[in-house]
Design a protein around this ligand. Structure first.
Ligand code: SF4
Length: 82
């Protein structure tokens, strides 16, 4: 798969010029899951997580988002590719 993730959230550690996501993997979840789970629960353990319905795009989020100046950048095992 040759996937490109485009993102316009420019305070994320993984965001790059040209509105690209440079994370080696990301996890998209419901807002409920994203707000209730700690940073270490993320894409690396996706195959262990239970899927759930969101209902609309407004109820989904990028669980892999981490602020550029956060001390939790390495909490989830996701790598920046460049
Ligand atoms: S991890 Fe999520 S929020 Fe961050 S750049 Fe990638 S898609 Fe955007």
């Amino acid at each position: 798969m040759n996937q490109h993730i485009h993102c316009i959230v420019n305070d994320c550690h993984y965001w790059q010029q040209g509105n690209k996501c440079a994370a080696n993997e990301i996890l998209v979840s419901t807002d409920e899951f994203g707000s209730s789970q700690p940073d270490r629960i993320d894409a690396a353990m996706a195959n262990q997580l239970t899927p759930a319905a969101a209902g609309s795009c407004m109820s989904t989020c990028c669980k892999s988002y981490v602020s550029k100046d956060s001390n939790q950048i390495n909490a989830d095992g996701i790598k920046r590719m460049t």
